[in-house]
Design a protein around this ligand. Structure first.
Ligand code: ADP
Length: 237
C-alpha cells in the first residue's frame, strides 16, 4: 500500500487538495478528524486535557470548548506543547487504526492528510511520497483571515505557531504551489495525481493487503515444496 503524506501550513490549501483526491475516489485519513475524536467527552484524551487545563475549558454539555482551548494554546507556546504532548499518543493510535482498516480493505493508495506531519515525527517515516502544499506568506495570511474571520494579529499568531512552511517545502518529495488561482492548482494536481497513483513499487506491493497475502501464500508454498523435496534428515529425495 502507498501512503501519500499530504501536509502544508495553516490555510495553505491542504483541505482543498485533499478534497480533489477524495473526488477521485482516493481514501483519506484526516488527522484533524481523528484529533476531534480523541477529544470527545469521556475519552482518554478528554480526561487528560481536562485534568491539565481545568474544567473551565468545558462547555455546559461537558464537551471541550475548542474555540476557547484554541485561544489558550495559540497564544501560549508552553500550553500548546503541553496539549500536543497529551494528545499525541491518542492521535497516533487513531491514525494507525484508520490506516490499518484501509489496509485490510486492500486499498492500494491512500492519502494521509496531516497538517503536523513533520511535527509528528513517526508519521513522516510512514508516508512516501510527501506532498507539501505551499503558498506565499502574504496569500496565506489573507486566505486565513478571510476563511476564519480573524484579525491580522490572530492570523499571524496561528501561522507563527507552526513550523515554517518554507522549511517544510525543503522536506517535500512533491510541492504544490497554491499561490495562484484554483485553476492553476488543479493543473498541478492532475500531474501529481498521475504520479502518486502510478504502479506500486515491490515494497509497496508487498506491504499492501493483497501483496501481504500473496507473500504469505508464496512462503507457505515454498516451505511445503522444500519439505517434499528433502527428507527430514536433510538428504534429497
Ligand atoms: P488548509 O486546509 O491548508 O488550512 P484550505 O484548503 O482550507 O487550507 O484553504 C484555505 C482557504 O483558501 C480556503 O478558504 C480555500 O477555499 C481558499 N483557497 C484554497 N486554495 C485557493 C486558491 N488556489 N485560490 C483561492 N483561494 C483558495
Amino acid at each position: 500500500m502507498r501512503i501519500v503524506g499530504l501536509t502544508g501550513g495553516i490555510a495553505s490549501g491542504k483541505s482543498t487538495v485533499s478534497n480533489l483526491f477524495k473526488a477521485k475516489g482516493i481514501p483519506i485519513v484526516d488527522a484533524d478528524l481523528v484529533a476531534r475524536d480523541v477529544l470527545k467527552k469521556g475519552t482518554g484524551g478528554w480526561k487528560r486535557v481536562v485534568a491539565a487545563f481545568g474544567p473551565d475549558i468545558l462547555q455546559e454539555n461537558g464537551e471541550v470548548d475548542r474555540a476557547h482551548l484554541g485561544q489558550i494554546v495559540f497564544s501560549d507556546p508552553d500550553k500548546r506543547q503541553l496539549l500536543n504532548r497529551l494528545l499525541a499518543p491518542f492521535i497516533s493510535y487513531g491514525i494507525f487504526w484508520e490506516v490499518f482498516k484501509l489496509w485490510i480493505k486492500g486499498c492500494k493508495v491512500i492519502v494521509l492528510d496531516i497538517p503536523l506531519l513533520f511535527e509528528a515525527k513517526r508519521m513522516d517515516r510512514w508516508s512516501k511520497p510527501i506532498i507539501v502544499v505551499w503558498v506565499d506568506p502574504e496569500t496565506q495570511l489573507q486566505r486565513l483571515m478571510t476563511r476564519d474571520g480573524i484579525s491580522e494579529q490572530q492570523a499571524r499568531n496561528r501561522i507563527n505557531a507552526q513550523m515554517s512552511l518554507d522549511w517544510k517545502k525543503t522536506q517535500a518529495n512533491i510541492v504544490i504551489d497554491n499561490s495562484g488561482s484554483h485553476e492553476e492548482m488543479k493543473q498541478q494536481f492532475s500531474q501529481v495525481f498521475a504520479q502518486v497513483t502510478g504502479p506500486l513499487t515491490w515494497t509497496e506491493f508487498a506491504l499492501s493487503g493483497h501483496g501481504a497475502l500473496l507473500t504469505l501464500v508464496s512462503v507457505v508454498v515454498a516451505v511445503v515444496a522444500c519439505r517434499n523435496l528433502f527428507n527430514n534428515d536433510g538428504t534429497k529425495q
